[in-house]
Design a protein around this ligand. Structure first.
Ligand code: NAD
Length: 447
């Protein structure tokens, strides 16, 4: 089928490329000229394992192309996927919907026959209805189910909700082998088309679940809010473990062995960040308010996470009292390993607090330093090109991201370079026993 993806970011680029890999003819369109120019030269605008090879292969085989001509790309498509950003509106906490609505408008203006607009972005419940109104308002569209009866000459369209569940760092695998695909539709015609698009995934034995549109929209928020709550929950248990003399790794192992609970997302640490959980949790809380509904559990998880992000500062103050003039090495800037995404990364908050307290900050991340510099342009932050360079004469090392290469730490190397042997392990990647054996003061989360 002919598909157009509007928004060529972490979601649009990966899902568009994977759709080409499934055999569809895909145009990835974006308003960001630099991004599209890079992609045309075969340069990836994001770090995602395996993506470059997959893009190169599908471009070569003629199934994938890139453009900034959004209108033309819509006209050429049978199905248009809206994959633009829905960032948090910092003033209201709601999802900023202007990009999604702009695409709905462009879709309406360029409708030239029956087409489906698929909301792949994470959007609040009720968004599909708003997009339908926008397309109708733009004037050319008429709802497919009405048109098919008695509106010859009318241009038909459908709006579908198809939220994306991929994880950065494992995005290609997640898209091609999803736990489930969720498709919210309001017509049989749209259902048939969507089932055709995802047929290769269904044939591979993965469930393609068709629901009503509002349920599909809510499945995405409910899933993210649940996972965020699971993280906040184990962090709360971890903080209590510190007081009660228990070890959260053992507690989580025991809990996770229960099939009803499961072991995933039970890793204590300095909280969740990223481009999804924080903003989606906020947006769901705000959507609740519009319906006079209070999400008390989700609000508690959100508050808990804000406190958790700054636990490294609490540990450092316990050790040094005054952080002024202390050199703090930071390992990891991205919100999680295997991505260069620093949106809402806990490192942003910890480094801001360290600088405010007068500390000197030296940082290393295998792939996210460029993005971090853009997100937090501050000359006081010193970037280095090797993990051990960051700890030179440092008073403490703080681990913010659990990159694999940090796990194999050489304690003698650390000890020989650092001024003080202090480790704040924000992701529990080291063993307290080993660190202490080498003479380090060790702070972990609940261990
Ligand atoms: N990143 C993830 O891991 C992830 C996972 C699941 C769902 N999502 C959701 O998917 C959506 C996209 O997220 P992302 O991380 O890919 O965002 P992103 O910021 O990486 O990409 C969005 C892209 O949309 C482009 N854009 C904005 N307005 C446009 C317009 N009018 N026309 C064409 N292009 C336009 C931007 O230039 C940008 O390249 C969000 O709703 C997000 O919540 C993200």
């Amino acid at each position: 089928m002919k598909l157009t993806f509007i928004g060529t970011g972490y979601v649009g680029l990966v899902t568009g490329t994977c759709m080409a890999e499934l055999g569809h003819t895909v145009i990835c369109a974006d308003v960001d000229k630099k991004k599209i120019a890079k992609l045309k030269r075969g340069v990836m605008p994001i770090y995602e394992l395996g993506l470059e090879e997959l893009v190169e292969k599908n471009v070569k085989e003629g199934r994938l192309s890139f453009t900034t001509s959004i209108g033309k790309a819509i006209k050429e498509a049978e199905v248009v996927f809206n994959a633009v950003g829905t960032p948090e509106d910092k003033k209201t906490g709601k999802a900023d919907m202007r990009y999604v609505y702009a695409v709905a408008e462009t879709f309406g203006k360029n409708l030239n026959g029956y087409k489906i607009l698929v909301n792949k972005s994470t959007v609040p419940v009720g968004t599909a209805d708003k997009c339908r109104d926008i397309v109708l308002h733009v004037g050319k569209g008429k709802l497919a189910r009405n048109v098919s009866r008695n509106n010859a000459g009318g241009l038909e369209f459908d709006i579908v909700s198809n939220p994306e569940f991929l994880r950065e760092g494992a995005a290609i695998k997640d898209f091609l082998n999803p736990d489930r695909v969720v498709v919210g539709v309001s017509s049989d015609r749209a259902k048939e088309v969507m089932e055709k698009i995802y047929r290769p995934i269904a044939r591979a034995g993965r469930p393609v679940m068709v629901t009503d549109i509002r349920s599909a929209e809510l499945i995405k928020y409910a899933s993210n809010a649940f996972l965020a709550t699971k993280i906040a929950f184990i962090n709360e248990i971890a903080n209590f473990c510190e007081k009660a003399g228990a070890n959260v790794k053992e507690v989580a192992r025991g809990m996770g062995a229960d099939n009803r609970i499961g072991s995933r997302f039970l890793y204590a640490g300095i909280g969740y960040g990223g481009s999804c959980f924080p903003k989606d949790v906020q947006a769901l809380i705000e959507t609740g308010k519009e319906y006079e509904h209070c999400f008390s559990i989700i609000e508690a998880a959100d508050t808990m996470n804000d406190v958790q992000k700054l636990r490294p500062i609490e540990f450092l103050k316990k050790q040094f009292e005054n952080l002024k003039g202390k050199t703090i090495a930071i390992w990891g800037l991205s919100f999680k390993p295997r991505t260069d995404d620093v949106r809402e990364a806990p490192a942003l908050y910890v480094i801001e607090a360290l600088l405010k307290a007068g500390a000197r900050v030296r940082v290393f991340d295998p792939v996210a330093m460029e993005n971090f510099q853009k997100a937090f342009p501050d000359r006081r932050i010193q970037y280095v090109t090797h993990a051990y360079e960051a700890v030179e004469d440092a008073h403490a090392l703080v681990v913010m991201t659990e990159w694999d290469e940090f796990r194999t730490v050489e304690y003698p190397e650390l000890a020989s370079r650092m001024k003080h042997r202090v480790i704040v392990d924000g992701r529990n990647i080291f063993e307290r026993r080993e660190a202490e054996k080498e003479g380090f003061v060790y702070f972990g989360i609940g261990v």
